[in-house]
Design a binder for this molecule. Structure first.
Ligand code: FAD
Ligand code: SF4
Length: 395
């Protein structure tokens, strides 16, 4: 650990060495910036060794489920029997975190509330009470400097911590885990893709929703539609294929366009939705700490086994040039396509593979075009395997 006076000096001169690729994970806002060259996921991709450090082994590249979903001991689809109002899905993440606090497994939780003036403005906090965790429910769908509270964690002297975060935050956290002086660290991750700056989010809402200012929640769901919920409780759906690809292509943060850790490989437990049937959440238990977290809330959940249906590859292959050329189709045709693909398209784990394939091929092409020097080190072996199934347009 750095002495504090030295650390302060470093902090005041802190920069973000990943430059345009910075995902604002928050590490560089703390004196742990000292470790940035090793810890930053965009300067030093080290998923495989960190998997060994965290889970005791790296992905088995001969097993398709490992290649796609990372090291895991169990996957299951689940819903809270009594959903938490205002949560992103049914509130499994919030429930696990509040149970961890009330049952004494941890003394604090790193999570993201919203700012006083902006419901989607992220405000990372070290929550010490269930009410503070509850106040962090629902996605703030923007880059969020979660690790900026790590100094507060150290100052608070707490020894058992839960961190909720997306892949890039978790990768940086794992790299400095040994320096945090904790007795026990639990990591509850969500999958993450296509994140945006606050300005990018505004453009997405303005371009896509009928009433951008009243959106309180949105999600890209398994039925190939974006679902918006508005202040008055009404919902609005827009088919993926009707999105204005040309206008929206440049809103995603460059960090997210070069990311290959969609499934949050280094969390102990991952809670998302994309491997589960429509309306259900998808849970990936990566190691015994993750199982411990899930066991705490099992009595509060309804579960079913994960399933897989359909064939993603033709749809992914067709979508690659369409996305690359920024093809936008009229809304009526998009709705029709949405109906057809909902009936015959990939479902369950195959839907998750569809989404991973689509994003990894796009990101690989982006990296080849914009950061060719980074291709050899930045693309993990499992991602190369996934991308190699497809024919890409010329770089
Ligand atoms: P809740 O109980 O509502 O809790 C949400 C938690 O998310 C809170 O604890 C909060 O601290 C944390 N959080 C909110 N915003 C952020 C942020 N910007 N960075 C880090 N943590 C945050 N799942 C998929 O299966 N596929 C996807 O493509 C996908 N993309 C996502 C993109 C983003 C930017 C985020 C934040 C999440 C994404 N997820 C995705 C996860 C999914 O949307 C839900 O968050 C997850 O299923 C948990 O739902 P819940 O109701 O249990 O969460
Ligand atoms: Fe620093 Fe995180 Fe940005 Fe990397 S992604 S430069 S570690 S703030």
């Amino acid at each position: 650990m750095l002495p504090h006076h030295k650390a302060k000096a470093l902090k005041s001169s802190s920069r973000r060495p990943a430059k345009d690729l910075c995902s604002e994970c928050g590490l560089c806002d703390t004196y742990y910036v000292h470790y940035v060259r090793e810890a930053c996921p965009f300067l030093n991709q080290q998923i495989a060794p960190l998997e060994v450090q965290t889970h005791g082994r790296s992905r088995d590249l001969a097993r398709e489920d490992d290649v796609y979903f990372g090291v895991h001991q169990q996957m299951v689809a689940a819903q809270k029997i009594t959903p938490i109002p205002g949560a992103q899905w049914t509130g499994i993440v919030t429930t696990i975190a509040t149970q961890m606090l009330t049952q004494g497994q941890v003394e604090g939780v790193v999570c993201v509330q919203n700012s006083d003036t902006d419901r989607f403005g992220p405000r990372p906090v070290l929550a010490r009470t269930p009410a503070e965790v509850l106040a962090a429910r629902v996605n703030k769908p923007t880059l969020s400097p979660n690790l900026s509270v790590l100094e507060e964690v150290e100052r608070s002297g707490l020894r058992r911590l839960l961190v909720i975060g997306v892949g890039c935050q978790v990768q940086a956290l794992r790299s400095v885990e040994q320096q945090l002086g904790l007795e026990k660290l639990y990591v509850l991750g969500t999958p993450c893709v296509d994140n945006v700056t606050r300005a990018g989010l505004e453009k997405f809402l303005q371009t896509t929703s009928r009433s951008p200012d009243t959106v309180v929640h949105y999600e890209f769901m398994q039925d190939f539609r974006v679902h918006f919920r508005h202040e008055d409780g009404s919902t609005e759906t827009v088919p993926f294929f009707g999105l204005n690809t040309k206008k929206l292509k440049d809103i995603f943060a460059p960090s997210c366009l070069t990311c290959f850790d969609y499934v949050n490989s280094l969390a102990d437990l991952v809670v998302g939705y994309m491997g589960a049937p429509f309306g259900w959440q998808w849970i990936v238990v990566r190691n015994p700490r993750g199982q411990e977290m899930l066991d705490l809330v099992m009595p509060l959940l309804r579960t079913q086994p994960v399933t897989s249906q359909g064939h993603r590859q033709p749809a992914v292959q067709q979508s690659i040039p369409a996305y690359d050329q920024g093809v936008t189709i009229p809304l009526w045709a998009a709705r029709l396509m949405g109906l057809v693909i909902e009936k015959v398209g990939p479902k369950g784990l195959e839907y998750a593979r569809f989404s991973i394939d689509s994003h990894f091929t796009r990101n690989y092409l982006y990296l080849l075009r914009h950061y060719p020097d980074k291709v050899p080190d930045h693309v993990p072996e499992y991602a190369r395997q996934i991308v190699s199934q497809y024919q890409l347009p010329p770089a």
